[in-house]
Design a protein around this ligand. Structure first.
Ligand SMILES: *Cc1c(COP(=O)(O)O)cnc(C)c1O
Length: 359
């Protein structure tokens, strides 16, 4: 037996078992090359097939229009919080942002180093348990871009509609939801995501950027943060995170085999519904987010009693349901049920919670 647990970690997170097994199989000798992907030159023919193949799969699965570039970068989503203003915050120097918790706070703080930032709306008043409504008039018509976080990993909220920002480029942090549901890429200027939630190992950051937003960087932008240089060099200006990109390719192949984004969205919605339905019927556990803004990837919940929360987490860990502790800023519990979390894992966790409640 493999002795694998059900891992509800928010990130780095569970990967499909089939992907890990395939990586194991190819570890010592990738496709007859006689070496591991980790050991090969990023300029070799065999590696080029991996990186270009990964891009092709992204384009196919997300239906990315041809006027967008797909970049494979490093530094995590957090580095993009600085790279974005340095690259596209230089016309009016004004950035609009919708505040939905820690990840937009971090993006805001970083943007303030280079730009003026206007917080258009925030859900701070209710501890970020909802997505603020906005209308086109709320946004600055001359802003260089509008920043949002599509799925808030910590508070468990997600957008259901794309905010109407007029002609201003919309920039979305999709670190914890990329490829979890159908998204119309053409409505965004930039979509970016750290890989370690839904698409692969930490160390890889994916940036999907519309052509016209490339080349707008300020003179002083560090080379490695300059989209134009990364785009011109097909993300091979320096050594990219080669192994993380390879695992990402395996994850995308797994997703494609499964039936693509439409199929995984259906599965994700089923998993989330099962979990929320239980929480809404439970007398012990309560969700912290209500209504349409509930995330289908990250589900925070509480008992209302910290001691009992601790007991539950300990009992769950013992039973093989691990990493259910909530984010340190929220407390309670959180189940992250990304693409790679099997449906069975969610149903078994719900069963376990029912039993815990009855006891
Ligand atoms: C995890 C996460 C980040 C931070 O990602 P790093 O890769 O650690 O920099 C940013 N935004 C969201 C929405 C996240 O979930």
């Amino acid at each position: 037996m493999l002795n694998r647990v059900y891992n509800f970690s928010s990130g780095p997170a569970v990967l499909p078992e089939a992907v890990l097994l395939k990586a194991q199989e190819e570890m010592l000798n990738y496709c007859g090359s006689g070496m591991s992907v980790m050991e090969m030159s990023h300029r070799s023919k065999v590696y080029e097939e991996i990186i270009y193949g990964t891009e092709k799969l992204f384009r196919e699965l997300m239906n990315i229009p041809s006027n967008y570039k797909v970049l494979f970068l490093q530094g995590g989503a957090s580095t993009q919080f600085a790279a974005i203003p340095l690259n596209i915050g230089n016309k009016s120097g004004l950035v609009d942002i919708i505040g939905t918790g820690m990840w937009t706070n971090r993006a805001e703080a970083e943007a303030r180093k280079f730009c003026a930032v206007n917080v258009v709306a925030t859900s701070k008043d209710k501890t970020f348990t909802y997505i603020p409504e906005t209308k086109r008039e709320d946004f600055s018509p001359n802003a260089d871009y509008v920043h949002i976080c599509w799925n808030n990993t910590i508070y468990g909220t997600k957008y259901t509609d794309i905010p109407d920002v007029g002609n201003v480029p919309l920039v979305a942090d999709m670190s914890s939801c990329i490829l979890s549901e159908k998204i119309d890429v053409s409505k965004f200027g930039i979509i970016f995501a750290g890989a370690q939630k839904n698409i692969g190992p930490a160390g890889l950051t994916v940036v999907i950027i519309r052509d016209d937003l490339i080349g707008l960087h300020r003179e002083s932008t560090p080379t490695m943060l300059t989209y134009e240089i990364q785009a011109k060099n097909d993300s091979l200006y320096n050594t990219p995170p080669t192994y993380s990109i390879y695992i990402c390719k395996l994850v995308l192949e797994w997703l494609k085999d499964l039936g693509g984004v439409e199929k995984i969205q259906e599965i994700n919605e089923r998993k989330a519904k099962a979990f929320y339905d239980f929480l809404d019927s439970s007398k012990l556990f309560k969700a912290t987010v209500y209504g349409k803004d509930r995330s289908i990837m990250n589900i925070p919940f509480v008992t209302g009693d910290e001691e009992l929360d601790k007991k539950f987490i300990a009992a769950a860990t013992e039973a093989g349901f691990v990493n259910l502790k909530g984010h340190r800023s929220v407390g309670g519990m959180r189940a992250s049920i990304y693409n790679a979390m099997p449906e069975q894992g969610v149903y078994e966790l719900v069963e376990f919670m029912k039993k815990f409640e009855n006891k």
